[in-house]
Design a protein. Structure first.
Length: 218
């Protein structure tokens, strides 16, 4: 079994990393949307990354991971139903965030856009953070107990193969910020061969975008 230094299987390590990226990215968007100096283009890139990535994440849980857990632990059905219901509420928040039209126009219109974006981003942030506090106490033990290393590797490969190509550099940047270097490198080693040589450039692009979003660079 592939483990990290604390003895957790990669199913737990990678799930924690993904969740911590979602926590960090949703928090950053809510904060950056309130900063009038952050360009709308940078906000749009982060918004689009979040909507695509979080939606894909919970869809792969509902459609692929949950059935695998249920196959060996039928008693988990109610807990998984509750988590899927929370995913539906999260979808509504993501829809509202995605619906904000990022058109700068004049200064008054730009302020309205930023206010709408911030309100929707705060809702997504709060929904994601609350959901993860409910999901992790059930899901992480379930991954340890019910998902084999081989099953996780297969699932992980399907997730990678179907991940939307939206803001992929931001995923790399957030992973580097929230994860241990060894865990991040192990996770990135599963990327398709054509993508791996692009990682240095993706890291540079992510670092630049994150500086802009935090108001510390241009």
């Amino acid at each position: 079994m592939t483990m990290d230094t604390l003895g957790d299987p990669m199913a737990v390590v990678e799930t924690r990393l993904a969740h911590d990226v979602h926590r960090a990215a949703t928090s950053l968007l809510a904060e950056a949307a309130a900063n009038r100096s952050v360009p709308l283009g940078a906000l749009t890139r982060l918004r689009d990354f979040l909507v695509a990535n979080i939606r894909h994440h919970h869809e792969t849980e509902d459609g692929d991971l949950w059935p695998q857990i249920l196959a060996v632990a039928p008693s988990a059905a109610r807990a998984l139903d509750v988590l899927s219901e929370e995913h539906e509420r999260l979808d509504s928040a993501l829809d509202a965030l995605d619906a904000v039209v990022m058109n700068e126009g004049d200064s008054g219109a730009a302020d309205q856009v930023r206010d709408a974006l911030r309100a929707a981003a705060v809702e997504v942030r709060d929904t994601v953070h609350d959901h993860l506090t409910h999901e992790e106490p059930f899901l992480l033990p379930a991954l340890r107990d019910h998902i084999s290393p081989a099953a996780w590797e297969d699932f992980s490969q399907r997730v990678i193969a179907t991940t939307p190509p939206v803001g992929g550099h931001l995923m790399i940047g957030f992973l580097d910020e929230v994860g241990k270097p060894d865990d991040v490198e192990t996770m990135l080693a599963a990327l398709p061969e054509p993508v791996r040589p692009l990682l240095p450039a993706m890291r540079l692009q992510a670092a630049q975008d994150l500086r802009v979003l935090r108001g510390t660079g241009s």
